[in-house]
Every structure is written in C-alpha cells, then in structure tokens.
Ligand binder design. Structure first.
Ligand SMILES: [Mn+2]
Length: 326
C-alpha cells in the first residue's frame, strides 16, 4: 500500500507516468503520488468549503483541488518560456487530499495542519490547493514553529481579517486568527492586491494598526505591481526564515477567474500573477504556496482552473532556480 500522510486520502486524479511523452514533458508527467520521501514540492488538496458557506459565499470550492488536478492533465508544460527555465527535474509529489470530516471547521483544520507538518519535514515547499481560504490559518499554523520569524503575503481581493464571533470560523477570518491566535507580528504580514471597494474602513484600519502592509490594486497600479511584490517578499525575508504566499484566485478579475467563491471586478493580469508566483518560487524562504478558493461550479471552460495551473507552473519554475543565479 502506498504511503499516506496523516488524515489524507488519494487524489481523485491520477497523473500518467513520465516516459509516456518524452520530448514534450508536461506538468502532468512531473507529478507522482507522494511516497513519503524527500521532495522539492509536495501538493496537498483541502477539499473543504464550509468556511465559505459560513462567510455567506457560494459553495463549491470543496471541488477546487480536483478541478486544478484535472486541468493539469490537459494544460501546461515543464518549461517556463518567460524565464527560459525547464523544471522537469524537480521532484514534485501529490499527497492527495485532506480527508474531510463533516462540516467541522476546527477538526478539518487540525487535519490539514497535521498533514502539512509531516510534508514540511520532508519537502522544501508545500503547495496547498483549496478549498476555502479559512484553511490558510491551518497551513500557517503548520509552518509557524516560530511565529516571530514566520510571515507571508496574502494575494487577495479581501483582507480576510474579520473577527471570530461566537466561535464562527469562516473564510473571512484566517488573517485575523493568524495575528490573534498564532501570534504572528502584524509586520510579518502583507495584504496584496486588495480590491478598492470590498474591504471596510474598520478592517483596513485594524490591519494597518497591527503593522500589516496593505496594498490595494489601485495603489499597485501606481507603485508597480510586480516590483512591489518582489520588494515586500524581499523585506519579509530580512526578518523571517519561513514565508508563505497564499493566492486567493478572487484577486483576479472575474473575466479571468469566474470560478471563485466571491468574484470581483479588479485585479492583476495573468502575466502579473505568474510573475508573482515565479518570484515566490524563486525565494528560498518561501516554504508554503497556496492556490485558494477555486470554485469549479462557477468556472467557464476551465478558465479559472487553467489560471491556477499557470500560477503553479510559474511557481515551480521559480523553485527550480533556487540556489542558482538565473
Ligand atoms: Mn481570501
């Protein structure tokens, strides 16, 4: 029987063996089921969207991880033409999905944290396919053995900085919980790509008061989106040794990403998304990369799923350059 990380079940999608397509190495040929060995990247799916429902979003993100894997079967090579990097030699494994128990948000978060702790012991990076964004609390909990030196960037339309009221943990609360419960310093968090008309003044002022750097899309059009992302990532690396980059696909405009829990109107281009993902992959401090909130029930012709795969490919290309002066 194949190795299984704790609380996981095999992915619904099997990737074909690499030798089937020599000379045209596709993303799907790169990924094998995780055998528990050391790896460059291990993927885990979090097929859970009850936190989205509790946040009054539209359900369906529980099917996100399978939708990303399905898109990987048909889309993407192991060559990044933008950076002229072939990442076919990366060791990329799929640990499957977290085995979900009912609608119990904390119990399912505990399962993701436990599985990720095992993955992070063996792999340079963990890649999470979501699922509702509430799970990022659980992912960062696995990463944050030392909260003072753990940090990251949330690429998201929304702050997700709502207070937990009466124990209601939702997809709107993860970054508040990362500050309040995991005790990461606010200055270790960056909110990136915020849409201009969907975050309240109170939540924005709360975040800034905690020392969180907040960048709206409108501001990033002035400052330079990709260069600001790279600057923030570099600055976090000065004070932190373990970083995460979590991309909520709803940061992209609905024209690019219709298949999300909460579609928006502004956002980065796909090329800017890929440039950010590449920078995240190339940064040796980044140990956790997330593609969250894909909701295939609302996707159009796999548009959002393919965008997620393009971001994954850019991240892996960046990862392949670590330790090299590319
Ligand atoms: Mn979010």
């Amino acid at each position: 029987m194949a190795y299984r990380a704790p609380h996981t079940v095999p992915a619904e999608i099997d990737f074909p063996a690499p030798e089937e397509n020599e000379g045209d190495t596709r993303l799907k040929h790169l990924v094998a089921p995780w055998n528990g060995n050391t790896a460059d990247a291990v993927i885990i799916g979090m097929p859970f969207d009850h936190g989205v429902v509790l946040n009054h979003g539209r359900p369906g993100a529980a099917q996100g991880p399978t939708a990303i894997r399905r898109a990987m079967l048909r889309y993407g090579t192991t060559y990044d033409g933008d950076h002229q990097v072939d990442f076919r030699d990366l060791r990329v494994s799929d640990a499957g999905d977290v085995e979900i128990v009912d609608e119990d948000v904390p119990a399912n978060h505990d399962r993701l944290t436990a599985a990720l702790k095992v993955i992070l012991e063996k792999s340079s990076v963990a890649v999470v396919f979501g699922g509702g964004h509430d799970a990022t609390f659980a992912s960062v909990r696995a990463l944050a053995t030392n909260p003072d030196t753990t940090g990251g960037i949330n690429v998201d339309a929304h702050l997700d900085m709502r207070e937990v009221v009466d124990g209601r943990i939702t997809s709107g609360t993860p970054y508040r919980r990362i500050l309040d419960e995991l005790r990461l310093p606010g200055s270790n968090l960056v909110q990136f790509g915020l849409h201009g008309s969907v975050n309240s003044r109170d939540h924005t002022e709360y975040a800034k008061g905690q020392g969180v750097h907040c960048h709206t899309m409108g501001q990033l059009r002035e400052s330079g989106l990709v260069s600001t992302f790279e600057q923030e990532l570099g600055a976090l690396g000065e004070s932190c040794d373990s970083l995460f980059v979590s991309i909520d696909l709803d940061v992209f405009p609905a024209a690019l990403a219709p298949g999300v829990s909460a579609p928006g109107v502004e956002g980065p281009t796909a090329e800017e998304g890929r440039a950010m993902a590449f920078a995240a992959g190339a940064d040796g401090s980044v140990r956790l990369f997330e593609l969250m909130e894909l909701n295939p029930l609302f996707d159009i012709d796999e548009r959002t799923a393919r965008l997620a795969v393009a971001l994954l490919a850019a991240f892996l290309a960046g990862l392949a350059t670590r330790g090299k002066n590319v």
